[in-house]
Design a protein around this ligand. Structure first.
Ligand SMILES: [Zn+2]
Length: 239
């Protein structure tokens, strides 16, 4: 197996568009999250003119197939993009659209470049499908996917043990929590400004393990505050 890419290669992959920004006079830099290679930035030559050509493909929320020329440098070059899974149900719903945009922003922030993250791919495309099908309230679906996404990329929030001393918190008991520091912090370890109730703590631990408990709107909002703090703390991979 070659250990480094020294020549030009093609990346052919399903992808989500995470960002699309103007670059130089007429080019555009797109940031994709690819199924095979993780997050990759690519120049879209004359992207603003060719926006129609690569077209509908330059909208987030749909799953694309992209063909990227990769010379091992920071940025690849987009050769082709087309939509392979359309999610127009999502586009018509502002709350769903907002939830999808938030998930894609978090994905961009917590994924380092060029590291394949197959579980994160499944989690986020699964969320987009759920939002598109309008099966669940968007904020609740987002909270569940976000806890999973943190676990997928190695930043699972700990809801059952103190992250400092490892001591278990008895089931059903409320606990102090600092999401930026990874989860529960027991009283002996100094506690934390925020608290989480025993029932929600159990549901959050279930979600992190891959289960799908029912969440009330209040549960979802409380979890999303924690998730947002955790995502901010891990937002090193922006690009
Ligand atoms: Zn402790």
């Amino acid at each position: 197996m070659p250990t480094a890419r020294t020549t030009q290669t093609r990346i052919e992959s399903e992808a989500l568009l995470l960002r699309f920004v103007a670059y130089r006079d007429s080019d555009v830099i797109a940031t994709f999250f690819t199924r095979t290679d993780g997050k990759i930035g690519a120049i879209v030559p004359a992207g603003r003119k060719s926006a129609r050509r690569v077209g509908g493909a330059m909208e987030p929320m749909h799953t694309l197939h992209v063909s990227l020329e990769d010379r091992g440098r920071e940025l690849g070059t987009l050769k082709e993009a087309r939509v392979v899974v359309q999610r127009f149900g999502l586009v018509g719903d502002l709350d769903a659209l907002d939830a999808a945009g938030t998930a894609l922003r978090w994905l961009r922030h917590v994924c380092p470049p060029r590291i394949p993250e197959p579980r994160a791919w499944d989690t986020v495309t699964g969320l987009l499908d759920t939002l598109d099908a309008r099966q669940h309230p968007p904020r609740s679906a987002l909270a569940i996917a976000a806890l999973r996404l943190l676990a997928d990329v190695g930043y699972a929030l700990e809801f059952e043990h103190c992250v400092r001393c490892g001591r278990g918190c008895p089931p059903g008991k409320p606990a102090f929590i600092d999401a930026a520091r990874g989860g529960l912090i027991c009283q002996s370890c100094g506690g934390a400004p925020a608290r989480i109730g025993g029932e929600l703590r159990a549901r959050a631990a279930d979600i992190t393990r891959g289960e799908e408990p029912e969440l009330t709107d209040e549960d979802a909002e409380e979890l999303l505050v924690l998730v947002d703090a955790a995502m901010r703390a891990h937002a090193g991979g922006e690009g």
